[in-house]
Design a protein around this ligand. Structure first.
Ligand code: KG4
Ligand code: ZN
Length: 343
């Protein structure tokens, strides 16, 4: 609808400079500049390198987004920006840019929560979120189960990882297997040629009665398994290790997500974050949701990984809900709690 707010969203919490433009829940542009290749040789994101890359990419990425949407700066009604959680220096670049654009254009700015934005983005593809929904966010930085009565106002944490995030486990296991960083997509690909039942890896916190996750024991188990074979001079069938590791992760994730739905009497499950791009997670989640009578929503892979459209989508929800914009001195908060949807 033409009277819906036109929101430009800026995301710089990790290694992706993302700029998205939405009108309400309609996606108009989604441009990304990634510094992932600059981090690859370190095997993980280097915060200073990420901050510098954001600084260089910010203006061109905003301009590309406007061009993609066929819009001018004067058309923008509001700016939204990831205020946290994330890397402090990286967040600062986006927040400073957002303030400058808001001030320069004379429009409000909304500092938003990165996790809530991962939830809100699905509406660009599948329409308004059922209220309430259960959301499972699985990325390189977080693994959380959330009860979401209203993504613009109320997000309730149910459980999270007690050690490594799911994506972090994928990245570390990939490294052990000699696969490039970030490892998730490489494990996903390798696993298609292997068997998920070849090796019985441990499933941390499987039956512990909580909605928390633990992946560090699994990661260590894979490393020990590989080490032992190497020491014995045996060859390792990477696809089987990848598939068995992946199966352990997605088995626990889907099991806990459906437990959350059952315990809270919720019939709609949303999965987001970079690991939601995983093909086996998507397949097993669909299978188990079908069996439990739960509707599953997973955004397309390009909207699962960090992007600006997710920030714009949440910004549009905040505008529509009449939430007060942020002050122009809004902070970047690297450890922003998931319960704080906007600052
Ligand atoms: O959401 P995201 O782009 O950034 C963070 O906020 O962390 O997630 C990145 C993570 C990385 O750990 C990456 O390995 C993982 O998502 N990932 C995957 C897949 N694609 C990306 N993990 C498993 N399977 C995939 N297909
Ligand atoms: Zn993320």
């Amino acid at each position: 609808m033409a009277d819906e707010p036109l929101v430009l969203g800026i995301e710089t919490s990790c290694d992706e400079t993302g700029v998205g433009i939405v009108r309400g829940h309609t996606l108009l542009a989604n441009t990304i500049a990634s510094s992932v290749e600059e981090h690859a040789r370190y095997g993980g994101v280097v915060p200073e390198v990420a901050s510098r890359a954001h600084l260089e990419a910010m203006t061109p990425t905003v301009e590309r987004a406007l061009e993609q949407a066929g819009l001018r700066f004067a058309d923008i009604d509001a700016i939204a920006v990831t205020a946290g959680p994330g890397l402090a220096g990286a967040l600062l670049v986006g927040v400073a840019a957002a303030k400058a654009y808001a001030l320069g254009l004379g429009v409000p700015v909304y500092g938003v929560n990165h996790l809530a934005a991962h939830v809100a983005v699905d509406q660009l593809e599948h329409g308004p979120l059922p209220k309430p929904a259960i959301a499972m966010l699985v990325s390189g930085g977080h693994s959380s189960l959330l009860l979401v009565p209203d993504v613009a106002r109320d997000v309730i944490p149910l459980g999270s990882t007690v050690d490594d995030a799911a994506g972090e486990a994928f990245d570390k296991v990939a490294r052990v297997l000699g696969l490039p960083f970030p490892g998730g997509p490489h494990i996903d690909r390798a696993a298609r040629e292997g068997s998920g039942t070849a090796i019985a890896f441990p499933r941390g916190k499987y039956d512990d009665g909580t909605l928390d996750f633990s992946f560090s024991g699994l990661k260590t188990a894979v490393a020990r398994w590989v080490e032992a074979r190497e020491k014995a001079g045996e060859s390792i069938h990477v696809p089987d290790v990848a598939a068995s590791f992946q199966e352990a992760v997605v088995d626990v994730l889907t099991r806990k997500a459906l437990t959350a739905c059952r315990e809270h009497g919720v019939q709609d499950l949303l999965i987001g974050g970079g690991v939601a791009a995983n093909s086996r997670l998507r397949a097993l989640a669909q299978e188990r949701c079908d069996a439990a009578g739960v509707r599953l929503r997973v955004p397309r892979p390009g909207l699962c990984t960090d992007n600006g459209a997710m920030v714009a989508a949440l910004g549009a929800d905040l505008v529509a809900a009449g939430v007060t914009p942020s002050a122009l001195d809004l902070p970047a908060d690297s450890s922003l709690p998931v319960t704080v949807v906007n600052v």
